[in-house]
Design a protein. Structure first.
Length: 193
């Protein structure tokens, strides 16, 4: 398990996400979220959490850090931001007879991780057909299987126990720009005959 820090924002205000990456893919959990300002970067967050950092050393290090942050940001398009999770991964569920289709339309430059995509059904037995994804190796060298563009999962319902079933979808994905979203869980109730 490796803990990493992501800076989201511009030269003046942004968010620092501190997250853990497991051996099998993206974020296992978000450890903390901090709002920082004044040209801060990842160094500020680590200095703030270091009790041995004195106020004087902190100010001196921050002025050096601010210069390097501004130089780094000069090459970054500050108008490019990650979409919110529901825009990045447009999720829908529809019923076609005894088959329920769960579908994700995945934004360009986004990916869903196959090992983080799970569907549960309450109120009926089900055969769930997961598609095969494509192999992917991230910048840290971690190999995983991902989905891009569209993922369509067929859920064949059997032995219905009531007039409705719940489809519980769990998934997690990342933006190629360096942001992984926390796990998402959606529940849909579908009426059946």
């Amino acid at each position: 398990m490796k803990t990493s820090v992501i800076w989201i924002g511009g030269a003046l205000i942004g968010l620092v996400l501190i997250y853990s990456v497991g051996d099998n893919g993206p974020v296992d959990k978000v450890d903390s979220v901090e709002i920082v300002n004044n040209g801060s970067n990842n160094h500020e967050s680590s200095m703030l959490n270091d009790p041995s950092t004195s106020k004087e050393n902190y100010s001196e290090n921050m002025s050096k850090s601010e210069d390097s942050t501004n130089n780094w940001l000069a090459g970054v398009d500050e108008n490019v931001h990650p979409m919110n999770v529901d825009e990045a991964f447009k999720y829908s569920v529809v019923r076609e007879g005894d088959v329920v289709i769960a579908e994700w339309i995945i934004g360009k430059e986004y990916k869903l991780y196959s090992d983080k995509l799970k569907i549960e059904v309450e109120g009926a037995d089900a055969d769930i057909s997961y598609p095969k994804g494509e192999k992917y190796t991230d910048a840290l060298g971690v190999e995983s299987v991902i989905f891009k563009d569209i993922v369509r999962i067929e859920i064949n319902l059997k032995n219905k126990k009531s007039d409705s079933v719940k489809i519980i979808s769990k998934y997690q994905g990342c933006w190629d720009g360096g942001v992984c979203y926390p796990p998402v869980e959606k529940t849909n109730t579908i009426m059946v005959d």
